[in-house]
Design a protein around this ligand. Structure first.
Ligand SMILES: [Zn+2]
Ligand SMILES: [Zn+2]
Length: 427
């Protein structure tokens, strides 16, 4: 039987040999689609009701939370990773349009995940078993839906109001999950879940539905631009995709672009954003893992996973920098595998002054070395098993070269961040 990740498995197999997902005969693949533009204004007019696109058929249920590995974390030694470190616990909703499971499976053993049912998003206790939840593009269960209020954009039966008790549970569960310091990834149609859970973050003027098209997106995030270039072509195959209509500056845009909407307007807005909520973070992307992607699109999707799994540590790094009077000028998402070459990054410092390089990673069994070489031969070096910094009190302007050597990594594609901070006062 062919798994959603693409692997052919024996007919009798219960689980996929590649990604571990349960193998079941696919349910009725009919898509119930939607139109939420009209629905949204109605929902807003009514105040407390929300529209949802695309109901889907009943979903598989997740294993009980108590079947998960217990957390085993020991106080990290200053020098060596010792003891048992648990990997991040990742949960993914069933693949419909965004097959995140396939992408995670390609990243190796550190990215094992549990497939959860969309109904688990209503249950804060179930969500608490995970560090990161990927709510991937697709419809929602029939049971979530109230009255039908409009026609569909993707050949389905229509657009519906979500039942108010479901909206309440969703809001409570997602806010408690993220608020507790965890990370929620949502793609495309799951914008609607964020709209229910985090209504204060929505910028209604930017709310729209995109037509199928290729968008030339500007890479606004410095670190991402370094890897992907200043602009990137993204192919949106499906009608009625959701731009990242979140308030700025509360939400930080990574990508933005000009695009055509379903109703023929030209709009410009963010396509990938991150916003903090209490102790946690939400990442929303309009673009997602779908059909065949170009090489650069695949790079973006991998970076999206790295950004998601490092979001918490990176937010801590940022807070700490700012408390110390530093401004995070650039953040780079990096990854390393055992035996891989050192990663080299250069940073151009315009003015003399205090400078910090922060290597951000959770204590999960890695040991990394950061070497910094400045203009005029200044050298600094440090190693650690979790986030550490090198601070240069009076750095000379010019090119600063950072070399990160993976001394030990617990799994391939081990993600970390390198953040550069300059003393505030400039921009
Ligand atoms: Zn599979
Ligand atoms: Zn989608």
């Amino acid at each position: 039987m062919r798994c959603a990740c693409g692997r052919e498995n024996p007919v009798a197999a219960g689980r996929c040999a590649q990604c571990g997902r349960p193998l079941e005969a696919r349910r009725d693949a009919r898509r119930w689609a939607v139109d939420a533009a009209a629905a949204a204004s109605l929902a807003i007019a009514l105040g407390a009701v929300w529209a949802l696109d695309a109901p889907r058929w009943a979903l598989r249920s997740a294993p009980p939370a108590d079947s998960l590995l217990p957390e085993v974390l020991q106080t990290p030694d200053r020098d060596r990773p010792t003891g048992v470190f648990r990997p991040l616990r990742l949960a993914v909703t069933p693949p419909e349009y965004d097959d995140m499971g396939k992408l995670l499976a390609s990243l190796g053993s550190g990215y094992q995940f549990t497939e959860i049912a969309l109904d688990d998003l209503l249950n804060a206790r179930r969500l608490a078993a995970y560090d990161v939840v990927f709510a991937t593009c697709g419809g929602v269960p029939n049971e979530w839906l109230g009255p039908r209020i409009g026609r569909a954009d993707r050949g389905g039966v229509g657009s519906f109001l979500v039942r108010p008790p479901i909206a309440d549970r969703l809001r409570q569960a997602l806010r408690s999950f993220v608020g507790g310091g965890r990370t929620l990834y949502a793609s495309d149609w799951q914008f609607q879940l964020l709209e229910i859970a985090f209504p204060e973050m929505i910028d209604h003027a930017k709310r729209a539905k995109g037509a199928p098209q290729t968008v030339v997106a500007e890479v606004v995030d410095q670190g991402l631009a370094r890897r992907l270039g200043r602009s990137i072509q993204l192919r949106f195959d499906q009608p009625a995709w959701y731009p990242a209509a979140f308030k700025e500056p509360e939400a930080t845009p990574y990508l933005r672009g000009a695009f055509k909407t379903m109703d023929g307007r030209e709009m410009t807005g963010p396509l990938l954003v991150r916003f903090p909520f209490e102790k946690g973070n939400v990442i929303f992307t309009s673009f997602h893992n779908e059909q065949q992607h170009s090489h650069i699109e695949q790079e973006l999707l991998r970076d999206l996973v790295f950004a998601t799994v490092t979001a918490r540590e990176e937010a801590d790094v940022r807070r700490t920098l700012m408390r110390g009077g530093f401004w995070p000028k650039e953040r780079n998402l990096l990854s390393a595998s055992a035996g891989s070459q050192p990663v080299v990054q250069e940073y151009a410092l315009a003015r003399p002054g205090p400078l910090q390089f922060v290597l951000g990673f959770e204590p999960r069994g890695a040991r990394l070395r950061l070497s910094v070489a400045g203009p005029g031969g200044a050298r600094y070096e440090q190693e650690g098993v979790q986030t550490f910094r090198i601070e240069i009190p009076n750095a000379s302007p010019g090119t600063w070269r950072c070399t990160i050597t993976p001394l030990e990594v617990p799994f391939p594609n081990y993600p970390f961040t390198l953040t550069v901070g300059e003393k505030s006062g400039g921009s």
